[in-house]
Design a protein around this ligand. Structure first.
Ligand SMILES: [Zn+2]
Length: 188
């Protein structure tokens, strides 16, 4: 990155947090590198988990939990609700965070946040192009299926193995800020 994306001034190298980083001499912009956030949702209904089948590469024809990238101006718990609805037609709400996967490498370092969601309404439906299948499957059915993403299996097993102990949205008044969301272990 050569120019500031905020004000177009040419960036200069400056120390920040132990490294030289491209920094704007005119405003507060510092380039920290390429990062992205992904979200995935385990939606459980009557002991079965929602899976979608990918209609496009990579991994066309494989089954996985619904999910996708979080927009830079979107909260992660809103992103997963949006992706579940867009990909599978299921209206759902976030219950908790089941886990995180951090991956380094191309196209960017990524944090993938896996949520457990509770369905509100809707029947599985797909667009037939990006997504070619969507349905709820039991663990037994999951075991019989070929081409199921390993991380999705891990997430579904984790979600079905226990009911609590996961991170939930917490909203203590003294930490509330516009655009901030805090996830913490359930409090007594
Ligand atoms: Zn600038």
């Amino acid at each position: 990155m050569k120019y500031c994306p905020k004000c177009s001034t040419e960036l200069v190298m400056r120390p920040n947090g132990g490294r030289e980083r491209p920094s704007c001499p005119s405003c507060d912009f510092v380039y920290f590198g390429e990062f992205s956030i992904g979200v995935g949702g385990v939606v459980i209904q009557n002991g079965k988990a929602l899976l979608i089948r990918r209609g496009i590469e990579p991994r066309r024809g494989w089954w996985q939990i619904p999910g996708g990238y979080c927009e830079h101006d979107e909260s992660i718990h809103e992103a997963v609700v949006r992706e579940v609805f867009e990909e599978a037609g299921i209206e759902a709400r976030v219950e908790s965070v089941l886990g995180l996967r951090h991956s380094l490498g191309a196209p960017s370092a990524n944090v993938y946040v896996i949520f457990r969601l509770i369905p509100i309404r809707g029947e599985p439906r797909v667009d037939g192009e990006e997504i070619t299948g969507a349905d709820f499957f039991s663990l037994d059915e999951l075991e019989q299926m070929e081409k199921v993403q390993s991380l999705s299996k891990w997430a579904i097993h984790t979600a079905l193995a226990r009911q609590d102990g996961f991170l939930r949205i917490d909203e203590p008044a003294d930490l509330a800020r516009p655009g901030y969301t805090l996830f913490g272990l359930p409090r007594e």
